[in-house]
Design a protein around this ligand. Structure first.
Ligand code: ACD
Length: 134
């Protein structure tokens, strides 16, 4: 159920994110910010089926609004302009971004009450853990 993702989440752990950003081609200066950022997600679900997902940091906030399986244009925090589609399969919210002939996925799932984001670019995987904010 997508409903289980709804709410406010705060990042509490991050593994291998610098390597992931490097694989994306993110510059050193931007990676510094990415490494320091401890984002919050604010996820909501409208009756119309539109999902809204804000990623908030002190540096930058991004907001996505989308319907499952419908492609949209995204401007990422590191300024890639991507074609993005989000699907929901086997309890996983899978966001696929394509740009310049490249592609990466952000796969989110709930495990033991935590929201786990797996970022995959080629053979590089970063895992970020988010916990509910009260
Ligand atoms: C997550 C990770 C989602 C972000 C994935 C890729 C963005 C790549 C680099 C961001 C780097 C710098 C932008 C600076 C600060 C904003 C950070 C917001 C997102 C990390 O869902 O955990």
């Amino acid at each position: 159920m997508v409903e289980q993702f709804v709410g406010r989440w705060k990042m509490t752990a991050s593994e291998n994110f610098d390597e992931y950003m490097r694989a994306l081609g993110v510059s050193f200066a931007t990676r510094q910010m990415g490494n320091l950022a401890k984002p919050s997600y604010v996820i909501s679900l409208e009756d119309s089926g539109v999902i809204s997902m804000k990623t908030q940091t002190t540096f930058k906030t991004t907001e996505l609004k989308f319907k499952l399986s419908e492609e949209f244009e995204e401007m990422t925090a590191d300024d890639r302009k991507t074609k993005t589609v989000v699907t929901f399969e086997n309890g996983k919210l899978k966001q696929t971004q394509t740009w310049d002939g490249k592609s990466t996925t952000l796969e989110r799932q709930i495990q033991e009450g935590k929201l786990i984001t797996k970022c995959v670019m080629g053979d590089v995987v970063a895992v970020r853990t988010y916990e509910r904010e009260v």
